[in-house]
Write a protein that binds this ligand. Structure first.
Ligand SMILES: [Zn+2]
Length: 343
């Protein structure tokens, strides 16, 4: 069988454990790892994570921050950046593996060994800023990957789509001045980290290349599909990305208590099908999905399975997009409405 989907599943990613009860714990993906290995044994290529090189991390994070991380790592007591972001004995090594797992898949996609990849990694990354960790995130996995793709493969049109329920503030900060990485974040408004307003649109050369879509709680499948369908159609066809990188967060699921949005398990399969279709049409199928949030192990597990199933399956029916007045209003009012012809 010609295996075109690559997965990073690695039990060493379970070693990062924080000292108090946290929704971001190894149990999120512990059982799921075993299930995924078994379910996709014959259909997918499996890869171990690798340790990201310091130079790859330094392309995104400040040396001061990395020195600070190393110093805390040497001490025996836990250190925390905020009430969610701890550094324990294995944390830094695990974070390097998580970022390296994404780089491993990026290489496999760029060399044509697979078309699509899903990196089932933790800790997540999209909140980590160049100079600090926050919101469970230590290193910004997707930003490290985009930087790596720019330097290693000279890509200069990379699209990052972040559909985690929370704004990808770290990713935004890394690429705020750049037109070589276009960052789209759709997230619930007025929740952590309280950034990602529609008016944050990039600066300098990057003006117009940060697109924030802060949505209302109660937005669900219909609104998200309409919104992303329209955005992708406008932006992907104009920007012509060379690869799609997805910050795949599952905490917008209706069974998550951490957000108010009401996405279904099936929606994660549907958005994956849509992304795959664009990747095929525009960039030779190159699609790399990176796990971010998702804290209810049941809905996370089912939604990750829906995602991977969708990466594997050719969808024959056309994806139904139904008009949503509230989502349409967000596009009409968006400051980049004219820039990207968002309608
Ligand atoms: Zn989140």
């Amino acid at each position: 069988m010609n295996k075109r989907v690559g997965l990073v599943v690695d039990d060493r990613l379970l070693k990062h454990v924080i000292p108090r009860h946290s929704p971001e714990n190894p149990g999120r993906i512990g059982k799921l790892s075993a299930l995924v290995r078994e379910r996709y044994r014959t259909e997918c290529r499996f890869y171990q994570a690798r340790t990201a090189a310091v130079s790859d991390i330094e392309a995104v994070h400040s040396r001061f921050y990395l020195d600070q991380l190393r110093e805390h790592q040497l001490r025996s007591e836990p250190f925390s950046y905020d009430r969610d972001t701890y550094l324990m004995k294995h944390s830094l090594a695990t974070a390097h593996l998580a970022a390296g797992g994404c780089l491993e898949l990026a290489d496999r996609i760029m060399t044509g060994e697979v078309d699509h990849g899903f990196a089932m990694i933790r800790p997540p990354g999209h909140h980590a800023e160049p100079g600090r960790g926050m919101g469970f995130c230590i290193l910004n996995n997707v930003a490290v990957t985009a930087e790596y793709l720019r330097r290693r493969y000279q890509l200069n049109r990379i699209l990052i789509l972040d559909f985690d329920a929370h704004h990808g503030n770290g990713t935004q900060e890394v690429f705020y001045d750049s037109d070589e990485v276009l960052v789209i974040s759709v997230h619930q408004r007025d929740i952590f980290p309280f950034s990602g307003k529609a008016g944050e649109t990039g600066s300098g050369k990057g003006e117009g290349y940060t697109i924030n879509l802060p949505v209302f709680a109660q937005f669900g499948d219909a609104e998200y599909t309409f919104l992303l369908g329209r955005i992708l159609q406008s932006v992907v066809e104009q920007y012509l990305p060379q690869i799609l990188l997805i910050s795949a967060g599952y905490d917008g699921h209706r069974d998550e208590t951490i957000s108010g949005t009401t996405l279904s398990t099936e929606w994660f399969g549907l958005i994956t099908a849509m992304l795959k279709q664009y990747a095929r049409e525009i960039c030779g199928g190159r699609l790399l999905m990176v796990l971010e949030g998702g804290y209810n192990p049941l809905s996370l597990g089912a939604s990750v399975v829906a995602t991977i199933d969708s990466l594997l399956t050719a969808r024959r029916d056309k994806i139904g997009i139904f008009f949503s007045e509230r989502a349409n209003q967000l596009l009409k009012d968006h400051p980049l409405h004219n820039r990207w012809a968002l309608q």
